[in-house]
Design a protein around this ligand. Structure first.
Ligand code: SF4
Length: 309
């Protein structure tokens, strides 16, 4: 029984890691989140914290280029203004979570602490000339061997000891063995492939800047490294093309299988109720009532309203 929904769908020129990974996890979830672009309305405070922290780091680099590199100010003179303006940009639309919310600790105070601490490290990096940033928030749309497009956005491309690396900022709420967590990891292999295509140079790996927060602790900083071999990249290309084929088949046939082994992952899939309704008609009514239209596109992140599951 194929898809008979009448809700609008979103045609895409390319696919990114989030869509392909979601498709691998559960094609039905991909249908809801990325083909029908349905997101639930509640605010996701960990994501808002991450977005604000990213904005702070991105703005710092952009202001540094403008004020120090182009206008010739010294870093010592520019420093107070750099921090103040970057923090103001990052918190422009900030609203603290309600006190009683289980993520209520991710408030402005926690964000300020993370920004202050990372600013101190950033100033040291600049003074020591440790890294040379060659790209910040670089959006890409690149052809795979099949000609289909892989899209995404790189937080930073930088030069370290004359070699190219990617730097990715992560804000997390679960302690992990970070080495195991990111090796293997399709997102980073895809980033390395993309940065190498963009620069025409080999990429040594990803420097992962992890900011860790839980209710009783944080922010803590846990930098870690993830590198990849050519075999890893070849395996990644096989995976991307495989998921792309599967997704195209779903669109063509209207069959988006449910992978029920994923229903209880994380805090439990938001669409569990919808998926137990059975008929497309009932599901469509549920989606209309409980979700909003929200387009996820890494090339235009500002188009997203609400939050994907
Ligand atoms: S509830 Fe389960 S089957 Fe339905 S979209 Fe979520 S993960 Fe997939």
């Amino acid at each position: 029984m194929g898809l008979t929904l009448t809700l609008p769908v979103h045609g895409r020129r390319g696919l990114d890691n989030s869509i392909l990974s979601t498709h691998g996890r559960c094609p039905r979830l991909d249908l809801f989140n990325y083909h029908l672009c349905r997101s639930h309305r509640v605010r996701n405070y960990p994501i808002e914290y991450g977005v604000a922290y990213h904005a702070f780091r991105e703005t710092l680099e952009l202001l540094y280029i403008k004020w120090v590199v182009e206008d010739g100010q010294t870093l010592d003179v520019a420093m107070p203004g750099l921090y103040t303006l970057a923090f103001a940009v990052a918190t422009k639309t900030w609203e603290d979570p309600p006190l009683e919310h289980k993520k209520g600790y991710l408030d402005l105070g926690r964000l300020r602490k993370a920004c202050e601490e990372s600013f101190r490290t950033w100033v040291d990096e600049k003074k020591q000339g440790f890294y040379k940033i060659v790209g910040t928030e670089t959006a890409f749309e690149l052809p795979l061997p099949s000609g289909r497009l892989f899209t995404g956005r790189l937080d930073q491309i930088l030069e370290w000891n004359g070699r190219l690396w990617i730097r990715d900022f992560k804000t997390v709420g679960r302690k992990d063995n970070w080495k195991l967590r990111y090796n293997p990891d399709h997102q980073f292999t895809g980033y390395i492939w993309a940065a190498s295509q963009l620069s025409g140079r080999p990429i040594d790996g990803v420097i992962v800047d992890i900011v860790y927060n839980i209710k009783t602790k944080g922010p803590e900083f846990h930098p870690t490294l993830a590198s990849r071999t050519q075999d890893d990249i070849d395996n990644w290309i096989e995976w991307v093309e495989y998921e792309y084929d599967n997704r195209e088949r779903c669109i063509e046939t209207g069959v988006w299988p449910m992978r029920t082994s994923s229903c209880n992952n994380y805090a439990g899939c938001y669409f569990r109720k919808c998926c137990s309704l059975g008929s497309w008609r009932a599901m469509e009514e549920w989606l209309l009532e409980r979700t909003i239209w929200s387009v996820w596109d890494p090339l235009e992140p500002e188009r997203e309203e609400g939050l994907p599951e």
